[in-house]
Design a protein. Sequence first.
Length: 215
Amino acid sequence: MYRLYGGKPTRSLMVEMVMAEGGLDYEECFVDIGSGEEKSAEFLAINPAGWVPALITPEGEVLYETPAINLYLAERHGLTQLVPVPGDPLRARFLCAHAYLTGELEHALKRYWYPETFGAGDTDADAIRTTARRQVAERLAVIDGRLRARGPYHLGERYSLADLTLAYWVTSVEEIEPERRFPALARCCEAVYARPCLAPLFARLREWNREFREG
Ligand SMILES: N[C@@H](CCC(=O)N[C@@H](CS)C(=O)NCC(=O)O)C(=O)O
């Protein structure tokens, strides 16, 4: 059985979404990031970076970094509907989309939510947040343009992990008004939210986001 470290209110939920897509079983191990448990010696022995999620496989292999965990699960369990296999003509488009979402969009989002961890003080934080908000919108606009040209999903008619990843992050930027500004992107996300295996998990994510916004 897999052991998934994370829980409310963290992106381990995105890994749970991949588990749900594949009908995979796992045991959830709550790590209380509110009290800094992710920096405890016990957890650092699992993930030296000191953050969640982390995954321990049934064989005892430890994985961390959400995109790596998700790709691992999809490939190990043959979830080819999520990740095109090598040789599939759509793999190139998938790799570009997934790297942009996890390397560019996600990092801009991190600066947007936690600007204080990127600067030297509150004044820096305000400037960093303003810049990050613009960068998030720029990245969403790029994705929207691609989906307008070749959607409705990143791979055209075919749903993939790239769409799941996009939809996951878009729930946290309502104030950027993606539905009004980025209609192709919003349409893609709506199709993901409607997937029966994901709907309850996205409901949970929206609830966490609401609690985060209300402090
Ligand atoms: N690059 C990592 C980032 C993980 C990350 O930032 N996790 C957050 C929760 S969503 C966390 O553990 N934050 C607590 C901390 O950084 O101390 C990934 O994508 O898995």
